[in-house]
Design a protein around this ligand. Structure first.
Ligand code: FES
Ligand SMILES: [Fe+2]
Length: 344
C-alpha cells in the first residue's frame, strides 16, 4: 500500500475515548490541606464526588450526589465518619451506605439500594489520591514516587491552576519540548533557537521521560538567582499514566521540580494541582515569587492549550508528529495500551 500524502483532517468537534477516564489508576484529586470536615465537591470528568475527613482525620471519598434527589453532598455536613445530605438529612456511612432517613417512621426499612459508591483513598506528597477502577488497587500501577517531597534541603509550595482544555492536551503541554520559544518567548523561551536537541526516551512502567540541555535565558525570579552569566539548563520532562507529569529544571546547583497532577474536570477544563519543590533559597519569604513564576508560565501555556482542537486523538495518524514529540507520542501509546486492556 502506498502511504497517503493527503494532509490529515483535524475534526475540531471530535470526541475521543480520552473524554473518558482510564480506570485502574490512582488519581491525585486535591491537596490534603484543602480537605477538612467541611465536605468538598469535586468534579472528576463529569463525575460528582464528595471529599471530607472523618473523625480520625482520614480522608473519605464518595459519590457526590445524594441518591434520594441528587443533591450536592458537598453542601452537606459531616458527623463523625458520616455525611448528611443538606436537603432531607439522609445520613451516609463512610462506606457509602445510607444509615438514616430522618423522615421515616421508626421501623421503616432503608432500601438496600440507598448507597453511594465509595472510593479507596491514599494521602501522599500533600495530595489526596483516589483509586478509580474495578481491579484490586494493589494489582494496579502505584502512585508515582516523589523523593524530593519533605526532604531536607528542599522546599515545597503548592497551588491550583485552572486550564481551559482537556487533560490530554494539558499533560502534553507540560512535557512538550518544542513550545517554549513561541509560547514563552516573552520570558524564558528563545525564539532565536527553536531547534530541539535529539533526546533519548527512557521508558518505565506506565511512564516515560526525556531530557535536553539548553542555553539559559533567565526570566522571572531566575534572573536574580542565576545572575548575568547563567549556566546552561537541563530540562527533564516525565509523565506517569494517566494524569501526572513532572518537570525538572536544573541550572548548575539550582534545581526545581514541578510535580503536576492534572485533574480532569470536563472536555474543556482541567485543574492542575501543582507542587513546586526547590533546592535553593529555602526561606518561605520567596515562596510568593516562585508561586507567581509558576502561574505566569501556566497562563502562557493555557493560551495555547485553549485554542487546540478538543482532546488528543486516539488515532496516532490523525495528527502529524515531529521527532521532538517523542515523549508525548509515548504517552499516547500508553493510553492506547490501557484502552486495549479494557481499562476504560
Ligand atoms: S435529596 Fe438528599 S436527602 Fe433528599
Ligand atoms: Fe510551557
Amino acid at each position: 500500500m502506498v502511504a497517503s500524502t493527503q494532509p490529515p483532517q483535524i475534526d475540531t468537534s471530535q470526541t475521543t475515548s480520552q473524554t473518558k477516564i482510564l480506570k485502574n489508576f490512582w488519581y491525585g484529586i486535591e491537596h490534603s490541606a484543602s480537605v477538612s470536615t467541611k465536605p468538598k465537591s469535586i468534579t472528576f470528568m463529569g463525575h460528582d464526588l464528595v471529599l471530607y475527613r472523618g473523625s480520625n482525620g482520614q480522608a473519605i471519598a464518595l459519590d457526590g450526589r445524594c441518591v434520594h434527589r441528587g443533591t450536592d453532598l458537598g453542601a452537606g455536613w459531616v458527623e463523625g465518619d458520616c455525611i448528611h445530605c443538606p436537603y432531607h438529612g439522609w445520613k451516609y456511612e463512610s462506606n457509602g451506605a445510607c444509615s438514616l432517613i430522618p423522615a421515616n417512621q421508626p421501623g421503616v426499612v432503608i432500601p438496600r439500594r440507598a448507597k453511594l459508591q465509595s472510593y479507596p483513598v491514599q494521602e501522599k506528597y500533600g495530595l489526596i489520591w483516589l483509586f478509580w477502577g474495578d481491579l484490586p488497587p494493589e494489582e494496579c500501577p502505584s502512585i508515582p514516587i516523589l523523593p524530593e517531597f519533605d526532604q531536607a534541603g528542599w522546599r515545597s509550595i503548592h497551588g491550583d491552576f485552572n486550564w481551559e482544555g482537556h487533560y490530554s492536551r494539558v499533560i502534553a503541554n507540560t512535557i512538550d519540548m518544542a513550545h517554549a520559544p513561541f509560547v514563552h518567548a516573552s520570558a524564558f523561551g528563545r525564539k532565536d533557537s527553536p531547534a530541539v536537541q535529539a533526546y533519548k526516551l527512557e521508558s518505565g512502567a506506565w511512564s516515560a521521560s526525556g531530557f535536553i540541555t539548553f542555553e539559559t535565558k533567565p526570566a522571572y525570579s531566575l534572573k536574580f538567582i542565576l545572575g548575568n552569566d547563567p549556566p546552561d539548563g537541563i530540562f527533564r520532562a516525565t509523565f506517569y499514566m494517566p494524569n501526572v507529569s513532572r518537570v525538572d529544571l536544573q541550572f548548575g546547583r539550582f534545581q526545581f521540580v514541578l510535580f503536576l497532577v492534572h485533574l480532569p474536570v470536563s472536555d474543556r477544563q482541567t485543574i492542575t494541582k501543582w507542587l513546586h519543590i526547590r533546592n535553593f533559597i529555602l526561606t518561605p519569604l520567596v515562596d510568593g515569587f516562585m508561586r507567581r513564576d509558576v502561574v505566569k508560565t501556566f497562563v502562557q501555556d493555557n493560551q495555547a492549550v485553549k485554542i487546540q482542537a478538543g482532546a488528543a486523538p486516539d488515532d496516532l495518524t490523525v495528527e502529524i508528529h515531529a521527532p521532538s514529540d517523542a515523549l508525548e507520542l509515548a504517552y499516547r501509546k500508553f493510553y492506547n495500551q490501557a484502552v486495549e486492556m479494557g481499562w476504560v
